[in-house]
Design a binder for this molecule. Structure first.
Ligand SMILES: NC(=O)c1ccc[n+]([C@@H]2O[C@H](COP(=O)([O-])OP(=O)(O)OC[C@H]3O[C@@H](n4cnc5c(N)ncnc54)[C@H](O)[C@@H]3O)[C@@H](O)[C@H]2O)c1
Ligand SMILES: O=C[C@H](O)CS(=O)(=O)O
Length: 485
């Protein structure tokens, strides 16, 4: 149990229609600390009946919330952001306890999450319309934008706070109401955000939290309901496809933030120190469990050996341990299944000729801790280059020329993030245009910010979160033709 300055942030009930309570069935779900396998708390395990209650609450709350001015909604969102930052340490402790993220990263996620409320509190006030020069006398043509209505938001375990705020901030700023289903592994962060939402003045029914042990059943309710006009999902591509199909019958608006297979390319002309530091941060952030982690590291022949030696040494020096140790840099993986997937990909790569430069096995700490691992002699024939690793394993692939690097990088159904290191301005222009990804880091891997559009191409998703684009996902365009003037 995390030691909190404000224990009221750890909630064992969920919030629907402004009321904290349990599941109609009385069922509960245990929340486990991945660092030691111990139970932190239980939360309600809601079922379809509860989901319908949440949808009805959001529907009832929508007219009044949409009728508020953007400035009024913005004031509540900004107050929410202030409260999140006032409770940053507690929220980070809760987050680390249920997800395993090292303390410094958890604090960073809380601040990153809060930034979306500040950003969209302002963006909500700049939802402008248009006046179109009339095509005929006696008419006036106007374009206005209105909130889409009730939004279903479904979020993953790997960023249990920021993935919620990255959806709720634009949705609420636009005037929508929300039914949120957080990941079953990490519900405590969602419930703590809801506590602070109430304190910020968010009215009952505007945000409703559906914690559950049966995501499929809840998903079926959310996608089948004609009241839910928008689904905003962050998670795996496989689940995204399923939800996209299920949303077809009610023709829902969709935002899908899905999986990735990020290439990180190091060209001969790269700054070696910059490339090693950037690749280390990008690969091992959240112990490799982010959608934009480098999943394949492509290194040009001329710089390969120097990069491999420096990078492997830096990976080997990373401190593995629980978030309770503030010096920990690599936490546990989220589950035994996650470790099994990493081991499967590793053994396939080694069987096909990959060489382990460092790591390659479970950490002596036991549980789901895994050694930071670097492989070289990796080829595109290995499963590790085709699947999202979601663990602390860095596969190094060699390449000869620029065209080969781009071909290797684009050889995937994913298109979320890509990175490359080069100091050749012509190469920067050519490669940034040729890479088929929604986000491209050039000599930079710290790409996540509320001010820029986050999202992917191909099977990494639909739409963008953050930036001035993020609020459009929650707005309907209405064209008014005023005649007889
Ligand atoms: N693109 C992004 O911004 C982004 C950000 C974070 C994570 N991700 C991706 O998320 C994945 C890791 O997260 P995960 O393991 O939680 O993904 P997941 O798809 O297993 O689960 C994501 C969410 O969907 C829910 N879910 C699962 N099956 C469902 C169903 N049938 N109906 C309704 N909901 C269902 C889960 O309970 C969870 O809340 C990775 O692929 C990662 O790349 C993407
Ligand atoms: O897992 C990927 C998330 O989008 C996290 S972040 O936006 O890169 O911080």
């Amino acid at each position: 149990m995390p030691d909190l300055a404000d224990p009221s942030l750890l909630r064992r009930e969920t919030l629907i229609d402004g009321q904290w309570g349990g599941a109609a069935s009385g069922a509960t779900l245990a929340v486990i600390d991945p660092a030691d396998g111990r139970e932190i708390a239980t939360v309600p395990a809601l079922g379809p009946e509860d989901a319908r209650r949440a949808i009805a609450a959001a529907e009832r709350a929508f007219p009044a919330w949409a009728a508020r001015t953007a400035a009024e909604r913005g004031r509540i969102l900004r107050r929410w952001a202030e409260l999140i930052l006032e409770h940053q340490d507690d929220l980070a402790r809760l987050l680390s306890a249920e997800q395993g993220k090292p303390q410094a990263e958890a604090r960073g996620e809380i601040a990153y999450g809060a930034s979306f409320f500040d950003w969209f509190a302002e963006e909500g006030r700049r939802v402008y319309g248009e006046v179109i020069p009339e095509p005929a006398a006696g008419k006036r043509l106007l374009v206005t934008k209105q909130p889409v209505g009730v939004v279903a938001a479904i979020t993953p375990w790997n960023f249990p706070s920021a993935m919620i705020t990255r959806k709720c901030a634009p949705a609420l700023a636009a005037g929508c109401t929300v039914v949120l289903k957080p990941a079953e592994a990490t519900p405590l962060s969602a419930l703590a955000l809801a506590v602070l939402a109430e304190r910020a003045g968010l009215p009952p029914g505007v945000l409703n939290i559906v914690t559950t042990a049966d995501p499929a059943a809840i998903g079926a309710e959310l996608t089948a309901s004609p009241v839910v006009r928008k689904l905003s999902f962050t998670g795996s591509t496989a689940t995204g496809r399923l939800l996209m199909r299920a949303s077809a019958d009610t023709v829902k608006r969709l935002s899908l933030e899905l999986g990735g297979n990020a290439p990180l390319i190091v060209f001969d002309d790269a700054d070696l120190d910059q490339a090693v530091a950037g690749a280390l941060a990008c690969k091992f952030r959240n112990s490799g469990q982010t959608c934009v982690c480098a999943n394949r590291i492509l290194v040009q022949d001329g710089i390969h050996d120097a990069f491999a030696a420096r990078f492997a040494a830096a990976a080997a020096a990373l401190r593995v341990g629980p978030a309770s140790d503030p010096a920990s840099q690599q936490g546990p993986l989220i589950s035994a299944a996650a470790v099994a997937k990493v081991e499967r990909l590793l053994s396939d790569a080694v069987e096909r000729g990959a060489r382990v430069l460092t790591g390659g096995r479970r950490h002596p700490r036991g549980g789901t801790f895994f050694e930071p691992t670097v492989l070289d002699r990796v080829t595109a024939a290995m499963a590790i280059t085709r699947e999202e690793i979601f663990g602390p394993v860095a596969p190094l692939l060699r390449f000869g020329g620029e065209a080969e690097a781009v071909r290797l990088a684009n050889d995937t159904e994913y298109g979320l993030a890509a990175y490359f290191f080069s100091r050749d301005v012509g190469r920067v222009a050519r490669v940034s245009r040729a890479l088929e990804y929604g986000i491209i880091g050039i000599n930079d891997t710290a790409i996540s910010t509320e001010v820029a559009p986050f999202g992917g191409m191909k099977q990494s998703g639909l739409g963008r979160e953050g930036s001035r684009h993020g609020i459009e996902e929650f707005l309907e365009i209405k064209y008014l033709s005023l005649g007889g003037l």
